[in-house]
Structures are given as structure tokens and as C-alpha cells.
Design a protein around this ligand. Structure first.
Ligand code: ADP
Ligand code: MG
Length: 696
């Protein structure tokens, strides 16, 4: 599709053209994410002021807004600098004062001439038992009473922007609004009694009362739906494109997986069997698989992934699994290798560290089909990596990649089945927003016999006790992780904290006993430190959050997290998931710096009370709100201006099915409604969707 429809140009024009908005306001508005008239009109009032006229200020509460007709009596100019200028006035029942600081008498005599009537509107305050109205917001002659809005919208502000500027700019932005053809399904619209788009925008900015500000207001609901629908349409387009591309049918013979399953020391859980079944069915189908495997830490995703890879091999092809870091790729290799050996399948590792001849040899073997399963980092998708017959790509720990990158992967045109694995349980509503283009398998059951991790909260004033405790644990042959605080966003300061703690622990526990690993270390050093810990040569591993995801060292049974209150719930859950993986009883010590904030306390006690990742993710969503949960930039999750994922889950579901239905009946968005929907995508800046339409 060619470009932004002309009808939208005014909304994407220069903010400075709006009334009352100059270069300074334009700069200030950026901090509210407002860069175009379009952004302005999607910034809805957050509250409102009732300015219906009343008889009198008598009986008004402190801080209440009152609009009242008054007769101006006497002016009392300030007697001293810094004292206010007062004007005695009376309404139908009582007398009170208008109060002005730093006002010029001449101006006030013109605005409020003695003996005349005016309408004033402002906040009422009590001072020494007297009623006052400091700096009324509106002062108009009786015949201009209509100038005062009956119900005045109040917008979010930022420094340098006043309510007046915002309102003025908004009015002139609203004048730019085009009428647009309807993109919502007519029956859905009728059923909900939704207004048309332009009508909804205008109503949302001109609420008549407080009800008009509630998320349940019809105009607001419609605008929220527009956002969700645009987002779901993007995901549906991605799904359509993926399904359009010819897929391969990989039918498993079972001859390899049988072997592996027979030798397993345990039985797969019901959830594992179900997920494997769903994956095999997708792989056997002619359409491409685009599936998410969601499972909490320790739910046994590795086995499911391996059986999926074996399906590709059984069908005569190859599989690849990509992890976000070298450490994790290495670990996948170690987890998968014993299984591969049982199946008699060749498994190799490819990371950025492979260089020269060795790398060339691996690539050659891969191209010949001699390597059947490849595990690695992003390196596995470099241009010169060529497979003989790639049938399945598994992307592990998806939450580090996000929607945008996933769509890129699809756009590479790799004609393979895709399985994405995530260890971050996501509440249903978010799953729908983030993975609405995918089918989902959930491992909602943990392998039996897992020992709970004992979790305790400890003030950091008791650091010495914790170190004593560690000393004893080490003497018993146990191992511990020690995670250092996130000082701020920068790796550098995390690093200093980690290095200092490392020195201190070495001094008290012994030089040999303590290792250090952090994100800034050269790869080789990082690996060496991990390997020493894995082999039990070091007893304590001091780390920044690089160990967060996926690291599996069963003998490590103690997790100490410093300044735990500064971490997010999901992250704490991931970190704790590093212990409780072996035979021994495990402990997680959440160290905090008192006093705990309310939020900090809620997070830490939630963690102490449950190990259920889904439960934890729900609390997280509840506490933080959806925009924040995954980190918008990181996740590719859109920051909705109007919709609220948490309370509008139902609306999101409707948007998903509506979007999928529209594409089913009009795959190229050629019908009148399809055209309107394209305009919506432009309006909502769904650039990815727009690209998807053109490549589709
Ligand atoms: P995750 O989902 O965190 O990747 P893993 O696949 O690493 O979990 O599995 C965690 C541990 O549980 C591994 O040691 C694995 O061997 C074991 N495991 C996996 N499935 C089962 C099962 N069905 N019964 C018992 N143990 C299992
Ligand atoms: Mg894993």
C-alpha cells in the first residue's frame, strides 16, 4: 500500500500550527509523547470540573469549584508588597472575597468594576472562617455566561504546559478531524451502541459530567476498541502472512522419539504430552507452525523442545534452537546432548565464538545435513549459515526478543515451522496482546516430586549473619548464587556493586570459594567462571542478573538476592527458579534495605507466599499495569493511550476475533471496510502492519 492516506495528513501535520502552541510548547509536549495533532486528540481528559452555575458559594466544601453570579462591591488593594489584592463581592446569599496575588489594580478594576455583576468560576477556600475564591479561573459579564463550559475537561499536563494551552490546542486539533469510513463491524458497533469515530473523539473531549470520563463511557470504549483492534489487526496480518507462505509437512515416524522416551528416567507430565501433541500436529500440517510454548521455570520445556526437534529429524530434516545468550546456548547443548545421544542424532553448537576453520567445518556439515540439530545464539541465523533441510526453528526465552523481532524472523522468509519458548508466565490478557498472532501451548503442571523453595525476607542489616550461614552451607558442600542489586539502568554501576561484594565475600569465605560473573566480562572469562561453579570448584557465584534466565545447576540450592525490593516480581521469580532444581532442599534469601515501600513489601511477600508463576504474573500486572509489565520497548507491546489491558481483556478478545474474521473474509483489505481498516492502521501508526500488507 502506497502511503498514508491524504485524509489523515492534517492529523500528522505540525503541532505548531495549532492555536496557542509554539516551539516551546511543542518541545514540552514531547514529554507527554505528543508530537502531532493526532497524539493530542488521543490524549483524553483525566478528570473534569463541574462548572454548572449555582445560587451561592454558601455551603461549598473546601476546594470545591463553584460558578456563581456576583455583584462587585469594594476593592481592597494590597497594603504591603507580597500581600494579596482583595475584592469584596456578594452573591444571592452571602458575601465573600476574590483574592489575587501579584495583580495590578488597574487590570482588576477593568475586569471587576465596582457595582457591576459578573459570573465567576473557581475554587472555594476557607481562610479564617471566611469564604474566598483565589484567582477565579473564569470572570465574564453576565451576557457571556455561556463562555464558561458547564463541565470542563482537565488534561494531563507537563511542565511548561498549562491547562489553558492544552485546551486551546485541543480545540484547534479537533477542528482538523476528518470524518472516516467505519472500520468496526457494523453489528458489533450496533450491539455496543458505539458512536462513529469522529463523534466518539469529540464526545470524549467534551464530557458532560463525571460519567463521561469513565472507561465505560461509550465513546471512550469505542476509542479503546480502535486501539486494540488496530493492534490485533497487525497480529492477524502477521498470522495471515505466516499461514500464506507454503509450509512443509513434517510427519513424525516416532522411531527416534520412542527410543528417547523409553530411556527417560521419568514419565512426561500430562502437560508435556499435550504440548508435544499440539506441536506434532502443527508440524504435520501443510501450514507453517507459529506456536508459543509457555511454561514456568522448571516445567520441563527442554524435553518438549527436544521432541519437537526430533520430529523434524524423523521427517528427514533438521532443527535449530536459538537462545538469547552464549551461556544458555551452551546449557541447552548440555541438556539436549544426552537425549540426542540416546536417539543417535548429531547435535552441534554454533555461537559467535566459532571462528575460522572450525566454524567452516561446522557450516559444511550443516549444509550436507550431517548435523541434524543445531543449538546456538543469533549466530545460527547469520547469512552464511545454510541448512540442508531446515524444518523447525525454536526461539528460546522469547521475552528478550519481542513482537517486532519475531515478525522480522518471519520476514526473513525462512520457510520453517517456528516454536517460541518463554519461561515468563504471562497473564492471559497480556498473552493475547503480545502473542495474538500465535497459537499457544501451556505447560501448566510441574514434574512431580519438586521440593518447594523456602523463601525468607531478611533486612540487609543482617549481612554478617547471612555470610555465616553461607559459610556453614559451604562446609556442607552446598552452593549458592549471590545476585547483586540493580543499582540503576547501567550495567557499569551494577558491576561496581558486584565487584565489591565479590571482594568482600572472598575475604570472608576464602579466595577459592567465590566466583564472579557479569555481563561485561569477556566471553571466555564468563564461561570459565560458570564452568568452575558448575563443577563445584567455586561454592558461591556472585552475579549480576546475567544468570536470570535458564541457568541450570542442580547442586546450587541457595539464592541470595541483594536489594531484592529493587527487582521486579517476574525477575525475582526467574532468579529464584535457579534453585530448587536438584535433590537438596533449597532456600531463597531476599535481602532488602529497610524501610520497605508498600509496593516493595507486596512484591517480596507475594514471592514468599507462592511459587506459582502465573499467580505471580497476575499480581505483577495488577501492581504495575500492563504498559510497564514487560517493558514496552523491549516487548514491542504497544503503549495504548486509551485502552487498558487489565480491565478491557474482553474487548481485546473481541478485537482479536474481529480482526481474524475481517482478514478471513477480506484477506487483502480490499472491501470498503477493509479500506477503512487500512486507514485505521495508518491512524494508529501500525507501521509493521502496513509493511505486512505490502509484503503479504
Ligand atoms: P524449564 O522449563 O525451566 O526449561 P527444564 O526443561 O530445564 O525446565 O526441566 C527442569 C528439570 O526437570 C530438568 O532437570 C528435567 O530433566 C526435569 N524434568 C523434565 N520433565 C520431567 C518430568 N516429566 N518428570 C520429572 N522430571 C522432569
Ligand atoms: Mg529452559
Amino acid at each position: 500500500m502506497s502511503g498514508r492516506p491524504e485524509i489523515l495528513f492534517p492529523l500528522f501535520g505540525d503541532l505548531k500550527k495549532l492555536e496557542g502552541i509554539g516551539p516551546k510548547s511543542t518541545a514540552a509536549l514531547k514529554s507527554l509523547d505528543i508530537e502531532k495533532p493526532r497524539d493530542l486528540i488521543f490524549t483524553l481528559p483525566v478528570s473534569g470540573i463541574d462548572r454548572h452555575p449555582r445560587e451561592t458559594v454558601q455551603g461549598a466544601a473546601q476546594g470545591e469549584f463553584v460558578t456563581v453570579e456576583i455583584t462587585v462591591e469594594t476593592h481592597i488593594p494590597a497594603r504591603q508588597r507580597g500581600r494579596p489584592y482583595r475584592i469584596n463581592v456578594s452573591d444571592a446569599q452571602t458575601s465573600f472575597q476574590l483574592v489575587f496575588f501579584h495583580a495590578r489594580g488597574e487590570y482588576l478594576s477593568r475586569l471587576l468594576p465596582s457595582g457591576q455583576k459578573r459570573i465567576v468560576s473557581g475554587k472555594v477556600e476557607y481562610f479564617d472562617g471566611m469564604i474566598q475564591m483565589p484567582h477565579p479561573d473564569h470572570v465574564v459579564p453576565i451576557e457571556e455566561a455561556n463562555e464558561i463550559p458547564r463541565f470542563e475537561p482537565v488534561y494531563p499536563l507537563t511542565s511548561g504546559i498549562t491547562q489553558k494551552t492544552m485546551q486551546k490546542g485541543m480545540r484547534s486539533a479537533l477542528e482538523l478531524m476528518p470524518g472516516l469510513d467505519e472500520w468496526i463491524d457494523p453489528s458489533l458497533k450496533a450491539q455496543n451502541d458505539w458512536p462513529s469515530w469522529d463523534c466518539a473523539v469529540k464526545k470524549a473531549h467534551g464530557p458532560q459530567d463525571h460519567k463521561g470520563l469513565s472507561p465505560q463511557d461509550l465513546s471512550r470504549t469505542r476509542l479503546a476498541y480502535d486501539e486494540l483492534f488496530a493492534h490485533q489487526l497487525t497480529l492477524a496480518l502477521a498470522r495471515r502472512n505466516a499461514r500464506r507462505k507454503p509450509g512443509r509437512s513434517s510427519v513424525p515416524t516416532g522411531h527416534l522419539s520412542q527410543k528417547v522416551l523409553r530411556q527417560l528416567p521419568y514419565k512426561p507430565t500430562k502437560a508435556q504430552n499435550r504440548a508435544v501433541g499440539e506441536i506434532r500436529e502443527d508440524m504435520a500440517a501443510r501450514t507453517r507452525m507459529n506456536r508459543l510454548l509457555q511454561g514456568d521455570v522448571g516445567s520441563g520445556k527442554t524435553l518438549v523442545a527436544f521432541l519437537a526437534l526430533l520430529t523434524a529429524v524423523e521427517a528427514g530434516g533438521q532443527g535449530v534452537m536459538m537462545a538469547p545468550t552464549g551461556i544458555l546456548a551452551q546449557q541447552h547443548l548440555e541438556g539436549l546432548r544426552p537425549l540426542a545421544e540416546e536417539a543417535g542424532v548429531v547435535l552441534e553448537l554454533l555461537t559467535g565464538r566459532d571462528k575460522g576453520k572450525e566454524r567452516a567445518a561446522k557450516l559444511a556439515a550443516l549444509a550436507r545435513g550431517d548435523i541434524q540439530i543445531l543449538v546456538g545464539t543469533h549466530a545460527v541465523f547469520q547469512k552464511d549459515v545454510v541448512f540442508d533441510d531446515l524444518r523447525l526453528a525454536i526461539v528460546d526465552e522469547q521475552h528478550r526478543f519481542g513482537v517486532a523481532q519475531r515478525l522480522e524472523l518471519g520476514a526473513k522468509g525462512v520457510a520453517v515451522d517456528v516454536l517460541v519458548m518463554t519461561a515468563t508466565p504471562i497473564p492471559r490478557s497480556l498473552a493475547l496482546a503480545q502473542y495474538g498472532d500465535m497459537d499457544v501451548s501451556v505447560l501448566d503442571e510441574k514434574p512431580p516430586g519438586r521440593k518447594p523453595v523456602k523463601t525468607a525476607l531478611i533486612s540487609d542489616e543482617r549481612l554478617d549473619e547471612i555470610i555465616d550461614h553461607l559459610r556453614k552451607a559451604i562446609a556442607d558442600g552446598r552452593q549458592a548464587y549471590w545476585v547483586c542489586p540493580l543499582v540503576d539502568e547501567s550495567e557499569v554501576s551494577d558491576l561496581t556493586a558486584a565487584e565489591e561484594r565479590f571482594k568482600q565475600l572472598r575475604a570472608s569465605l576464602g579466595e577459592e570459594a567465590v566466583g564472579l560473573v557479569h555481563g561485561q566480562m569477556p566471553h571466555a572469562d564468563k564461561d570459565a567462571a560458570m564452568v568452575r561453579f558448575q563443577r563445584g570448584e567455586t561454592n558461591v557465584l556472585v552475579a549480576t542478573t546475567v544468570i536470570e534466565v535458564g541457568v541450570n545447576i542442580p547442586n546450587a540450592t541457595i539464592m541470595v538476592i541483594e536489594r531484592a525490593e529493587t527487582f521486579g516480581l517476574a525477575q525475582l521469580h526467574q532468579l529464584r527458579g535457579r534453585v530448587g532444581r536438584g535433590e537438596g532442599a533449597s532456600t531463597c534469601l531476599l535481602m532488602y534495605k529497610p524501610p520497605l515501600s508498600e509496593g516493595g513489601e507486596k512484591r517480596l511477600t507475594t514471592l514468599r507466599e507462592t511459587e506459582d508463576g502465573f499467580r505471580i504474573s497476575e499480581v505483577d500486572l495488577e501492581m504495575r499495569g500492563s504498559g510497564d509489565l514487560i517493558g514496552t520497548a523491549q516487548s514491542g507491546l504497544p503503549r495504548f493511550r486509551i485502552a487498558d489491558l487489565e480491565s478491557q481483556f474482553g474487548l481485546m478478545k473481541t478485537a482479536q476475533s474481529d480482526a481474524r474474521n475481517l482478514l478471513e473474509s477480506d484477506p487483502d483489505l480490499k472491501s470498503p471496510r477493509g479500506h477503512a481498516a487500512k486507514t485505521l492502521l495508518w491512524l494508529m501508526e501500525q507501521d509493521r502492519a502496513i509493511r505486512l500488507i505490502s509484503v503479504g
